[in-house]
Design a protein around this ligand. Structure first.
Ligand code: ZN
Length: 208
């Protein structure tokens, strides 16, 4: 796995999730980013997360890995080389306070290990991934399941928007938004990430 450069995340990209948190559905992509220290691959290990800053929520998301510099007019299929299933961990109580103050989300979204991703697999293409679901299993129970075709902003729109505003090059990854069903993780929880009915990564939560 090559080095991870920029970590971009799309917020509010599925209607049902925007509604479950009482947010408006956006009319253009809404992005934030995480430091590279946030990144960790889920390969069955314990992952430590902050245990003293209020509730931590999982947000399960399709993650794309960019394999070459994006230039204007390029198709998303030309630049997305790999994909994984990730968890955008969020300090939800902290985020709610930040939202009230109109502050950036970094404190709630950017802590170490807040960007967990399964092993990356070859990206089969935008059309090929439709009709396949990504799933989060928590302690043996399915808690999130979604198909990327239900995104408000599709992968082409996300790639174009990110490239224009921030630049997009090899090693950048994009978390493309969570569907509904977000919830809290507790110490000792076991999380498994599934794609196309296969487990592609898992980890145990350690709150410290
Ligand atoms: Zn998210």
């Amino acid at each position: 796995m090559s080095e991870i450069k920029n970590i971009y995340c799309v917020g509010r990209n599925y209607v049902a999730h925007a509604k479950e948190l009482n947010n408006e559905v956006p009319n253009s992509p809404f992005l934030f980013s995480k430091p590279t220290h946030a990144f960790v691959e889920a390969n069955g290990q314990e992952i430590s997360l902050p245990g003293n800053r209020g509730s931590i929520h999982y947000e399960t998301e399709l993650v794309i890995w960019i394999g070459r510099k994006h230039e204007k007019g390029m198709k998303a299929d030309e630049v997305i080389k790999r994909m994984g299933i990730g968890i955008d961990f969020t300090l939800r109580d902290v985020q709610n306070e930040l939202k009230k103050k109109g502050y950036p989300w970094l404190l709630a979204k950017g802590f170490p290990h807040s960007a967990v991703v399964s092993k990356f697999i070859e990206f089969p293409g935008i059309n090929e991934i439709k009709e396949k679901d990504f799933i989060l299993i928590k302690n043996g129970e399915k808690v999130q399941q979604e198909d990327s075709k239900n995104m408000i902003f599709d992968l082409q729109t996300i790639v174009d928007f990110t490239s224009i505003h921030f630049g997009l090059d090899e090693g950048d990854i994009i978390f493309t938004g969570t569907p509904e069903g977000v919830g809290q993780v507790l110490d000792g929880d076991h999380l498994s990430l599934k794609w196309d009915n296969k487990i592609v990564g898992d980890c145990f939560i350690r709150l410290t």
